[in-house]
Write a protein that binds this ligand. Structure first.
Ligand SMILES: Cc1cc2nc3c(=O)[nH]c(=O)nc-3n(C[C@H](O)[C@H](O)[C@H](O)COP(=O)(O)OP(=O)(O)OC[C@H]3O[C@@H](n4cnc5c(N)ncnc54)[C@H](O)[C@@H]3O)c2cc1C
Length: 475
């Protein structure tokens, strides 16, 4: 027998107040979506909007009592199906847990609730001369909780690292409703296992993050943005390799290929060089003298690799170029009804090989693939422009996605650099981790959430004996 949903919903309303429990079907529908295309749509039975840890505890306890799965959700911008229900259950939205609890300039940290939007944290710490560097393309909407749960990367990963490098402490509501705290306010902490790291990137499958202590750094005093256009992919790839080897560490080193340049330019009119095979968008930052020196080094490398260079003359031009880069996915998404965006990542030295492999895969499967991404991290976002209604083409897309993952892994890379496994990639997990690695993942999940109540069906493929889902995709 299934859970007694009317009683469950009544209990939620009693615990949180009726306004914090959404049940109207037309309001629930959008929670069967996040930013990931082409996934089955399951409408939740309700959405709750708690504003304190104690309320999250109460919700999780009630969900446990009634046997209802819980799907944590921040802004729903993830690209791996992480926040949508797989079977009807309860969506726990953190958007009302949006308080910045503390900014501590003496210890270079902030303490925040999970629903705080990344940009708002940065606006709040800016007057202290500080910054929180992790910056997924969605900084204006994505939450700290969602980005910690995904261990999001972003445009500044090359120099500043990713979310896990900035999480010092976490408060987590566990699957049975207890609250645990890991890490804290100290720079150093080697107490027991590194559970801050375990929960960072756990994609809502191990616990619900209700508070995060995050590291801040001094904001750079100066920066310079350069745009380099190349007539070959190889030229762009070589420039990335040589810049990394030159011991200059740019804050950002982004790439867009021909398909992306043309699409973004027709959308954003930022003056991108249409006709180029690839552009690199490079920003160096730091103390002003070093920035000048590093920009010169980068410019020299670009020219040696056959690139044509433009330097942003002022803040307006700089903003325009970065807006163009951030528009890459929305611009590509306008071209066709369905955009399948992947996240394959390779060691930086293999970037050219991966770019060429993607080119070959687009030809082999007769698909349009626009590629952009964080070249300095070896993290590419090949984006297949397609139409989910075209069954025959979708079959080719499925095969191409398998080929992309295999290409990345054969170059020493990974299935996902920053978007997470979620629903979209779980069947590929054994390809990267082997059955032994997947066994460890399953064992951790079973230990912390034995009833599989938190974000079920995500990240972990079913055990091989359970059926096709656990098999390595042949495609
Ligand atoms: C146009 C575009 C550009 C993007 N660019 C980047 C990029 O450059 N780099 C990058 O890394 N990502 C990028 N993303 C992906 C996405 O924006 C990030 O993963 C983002 O950090 C997700 O935050 P969110 O608040 O939307 O989380 P959601 O999408 O709401 O949730 C993400 C995951 O976290 C879980 N979760 C949410 N809150 C909690 C919580 N409090 N406790 C436990 N689990 C929780 C959810 O269950 C889900 O599994 C991009 C997405 C889009 C659409």
């Amino acid at each position: 027998m299934g859970p007694n949903l009317p009683k469950f919903i009544d209990a939620l309303k009693k615990a949180l107040g009726p306004d914090e429990v959404i049940t109207a079907r037309e309001d629930l529908l959008c929670y069967s979506y996040d930013a990931t295309p082409d996934l089955p749509r399951v409408v939740p039975v309700a959405v709750v909007t708690p504003s304190a840890t104690a309320e999250v505890q109460e919700v999780v306890r009630l969900a446990g009592r009634y046997g209802v799965p819980v799907y944590p959700r921040g802004a729903g911008t993830n690209l791996s199906g992480g926040s949508i229900p797989t079977v009807p259950g309860l969506v726990l939205s953190t958007l009302k847990m949006n308080r910045i609890l503390e900014v501590d300039p003496d210890n270079l940290l902030a303490v925040v609730q999970p629903g705080v939007v990344i940009d708002r944290l940065n606006e709040t710490v800016a007057p202290h001369g500080l910054t929180y560097p992790p910056d997924p393309g969605t900084v204006a909407t994505a939450t700290i909780g969602g980005s910690v749960a995904e261990c999001s990367g972003g445009l500044r990963g090359l120099k500043y690292g990713v979310t896990r490098d900035y999480v010092m402490g976490l408060e987590v509501v566990l699957a049975d409703g207890r609250v645990a705290r890991f890490g804290g306010r100290t720079v150093k902490n080697v107490t027991a296992y590194d559970l801050v790291r375990l929960f960072t990137g756990s994609e809502g499958t191990l616990g619900i993050i209700t508070e995060a202590t995050v590291r801040l750094i001094p904001a750079p005093a100066a920066r310079k943005t350069l745009l380099a256009a190349f007539s070959t992919l190889t030229g762009a790839g070589d420039a990335v390799r040589l810049i990394v080897r030159s011991r200059v560490v740019p804050a950002t080193l982004e790439i867009m290929d021909r398909v992306t340049i043309e699409t973004v330019e027709s959308y954003a009119r930022a003056g991108l060089p249409v006709g180029a095979e690839a552009v690199l968008l490079i920003e160096v930052d730091g103390v002003p003298e070093a920035v000048e020196r590093e920009a010169e080094t980068v410019a020299g490398i670009v020219r040696r690799c056959g690139g044509e260079l433009r330097t942003a003359a002022d803040d307006h031009e700089r903003e325009q170029l970065w807006a163009a880069r951030r528009a890459a996915l929305p611009a590509l998404a306008r071209v066709s009804p369905t955009t399948i965006l992947e996240d394959a990542t390779v060691p930086r030295s293999r970037l050219t090989d991966m770019l060429l492999a993607l080119h070959g895969i687009a030809e082999e499967y007769d698909l349009t693939i626009g590629t952009f991404g964080h070249a300095g991290d070896g993290n590419l976002h090949p984006t297949i422009l397609t139409d989910a209604r075209d069954q025959e083409e979708m079959e080719r897309v499925r095969l191409a996605v398998g080929a992309i993952f295999r290409a990345a892994l054969s170059l020493g890379g990974t299935l996902t650099g920053e978007h997470g496994i979620g629903l979209a990639k779980k069947r590929f997990l054994p390809l990267e981790m082997g059955e032994e690695g997947v066994w460890v993942v399953r064992a951790i999940k079973r230990a912390l959430d034995p009833r599989d109540l938190l974000n079920p069906g995500k990240l972990i493929p079913a055990a091989p004996a359970a059926g096709a889902d656990g098999e390595v995709d042949p495609g």
